[in-house]
Design a binder for this molecule. Structure first.
Ligand SMILES: Cc1cc2nc3c(=O)[nH]c(=O)nc-3n(C[C@H](O)[C@H](O)[C@H](O)COP(=O)(O)OP(=O)(O)OC[C@H]3O[C@@H](n4cnc5c(N)ncnc54)[C@H](O)[C@@H]3O)c2cc1C
Length: 387
């Protein structure tokens, strides 16, 4: 396997890094307290090609490889974890739209998403639970030349801000599990949709909430993939998000580690810089080791996906291990700043709260371990969970 980056990848890493250092990092901590995305920043990102660089050129993307999408997610998250959600969802959901949506609709939405002019969301989770994702109830009934949606989606990232969303709904057998599930590309400003806002611990500029669908009519061309068969077709895309989420989370931890090295070289106690005490330097040395390993795992997973090799287990490894370890590293960084670390002036607690959400979002650690067990031992590993 070649670990070298191509010239194109190095160039986009440099562009993303410069943008993150100049425009994102200085305002991350204050921006993190706001309840909405600063859309002007998103448009700047769009102009620089930092949203969905892997999306096809025919839809306004650059057609770059998946590693490049990961590089952008990592560099943006280093500056502002919350803004990196834009890149994550553009690459993940935009890719699904490019592949499975009506081409005219894809041509209408994707250029706006890539330009930072529209935000895309995902409506999968429902109030009865997100882990058993296929067991969903939001109803889709045929009506004239389209469908009518009724029900509730919950825990949607960008719930109030999304302009368009992929909404999974039950169009077939109510007890059919993953069979009988369709997906719709829905304009979230459509009549009949109301949205709420949760008071979350972190990722406030992203925001989560519930979306209520009350007799929402969607034209037939909004159906993605095949009616009743969307779940298994589209869900394979989530192996992609898991590697990108890993890169987002480790980048936030890397930012705190870099800041902490600087601090412990300057801060003195007992007549010496505290970096001389191994109780201080070893946690950081351990963090650097973990970050390097995790980064390799995430890019390895993207590489496997890029070359079309199985990567479901590796993606789940990224998803359970990286957010958890990143939180542990952020906790250490906060402590190594002593009493200053406990203030809101420094970003470590903020990064911790922001990353924490992704220990749950996109599937918990338990669900990822079930996936890994299924990949290694077969479906017998899931029998107790009746899946
Ligand atoms: C920051 C954030 C962003 C999110 N963004 C979105 C989004 O954009 N769109 C969307 O649709 N959803 C989103 N979600 C929802 C997320 O996908 C779900 O919260 C997640 O899948 C878990 O579902 P749940 O919260 O209903 O927990 P439950 O499914 O009720 O699970 C509760 C607990 O039981 C455990 N558990 C469940 N089943 C098993 C089992 N078989 N074995 C062992 N343990 C088990 C779980 O691991 C968990 O600890 C987001 C969540 C967060 C926190």
């Amino acid at each position: 396997m070649n670990f070298d980056q191509t010239d194109a990848q190095m160039a986009i890493r440099e562009a993303a890094r410069r943008f993150a250092a100049a425009k994102l990092a200085p305002h991350y901590n204050t921006r993190a307290r706001e309840h909405y995305m600063d859309r002007s920043v998103l448009k700047e990102m769009g102009k620089l090609g930092l949203i969905g660089p892997d999306l096809p050129e025919e839809f306004g993307g650059m057609g770059e490889d998946l590693t490049t999408a990961g590089i952008v997610a990592e560099e943006i998250a280093y500056g502002d974890f919350n803004i990196s959600y834009i890149q994550l969802l553009a690459s993940l959901l935009g890719g699904m739209v490019a592949k499975h949506a009506n081409a005219d609709l894809a041509r209408a939405w994707l250029p706006k998403i890539i330009a930072g002019e529209a935000i895309i969301g995902l409506g999968l989770t429902e109030p009865r639970g997100g882990s058993d994702a296929a067991n969903l109830q939001l109803r889709a009934e045929r009506s004239g030349n389209g469908w009518v949606l009724n029900g509730e989606k919950t825990s949607m990232s960008f719930c109030e801000q999304a302009d368009v969303a992929i909404i999974f709904a039950r169009s077939g057998d109510p007890d059919g599990g993953s069979r009988g599930v369709s997906a719709f590309l829905v304009d979230m400003h459509d009549k009949g949709i109301t949205r709420t806002h949760f008071d979350d611990l972190g990722t406030k500029p992203v925001g989560r909430g519930s979306a209520f669908f009350d007799n929402v009519f969607v034209p037939a061309e909004c159906v993605m993939a095949e009616v009743d068969r969307a779940f298994s077709t589209i869900m394979v895309g989530f192996d992609y998000s898991r590697a990108l989420i890993g890169l987002q989370c480790l980048a936030a931890a890397q930012a705190s580690v870099d800041e902490t090295w600087k601090y412990v070289r300057e801060r003195e106690a007992f007549g010496a810089p505290i970096v001389q005490y191994q109780g201080v330097s070893f946690p950081l040395a351990e963090a650097e080791t973990q970050l390097t390993m995790m980064r390799q795992l995430c890019y390895y997973t993207l590489h496997l996906r890029h070359v079309g090799k199985p990567h479901t287990a590796e993606a789940s490894m990224c998803k359970w291990y990286v957010p958890k370890t990143a939180c542990e590293i952020l906790h250490q960084c906060l402590l190594l700043h002593g009493h200053y670390g406990y203030t809101r002036d420094l970003p470590h607690h903020q990064r911790y709260n922001d990353v924490l959400g992704l220990q749950i979002g996109d599937g918990t650690a338990q669900i990822q371990k079930l996936v890994i067990a299924r990949e290694k031992a077969g479906r017998v590993a899931l029998q107790y969970a009746k899946q």
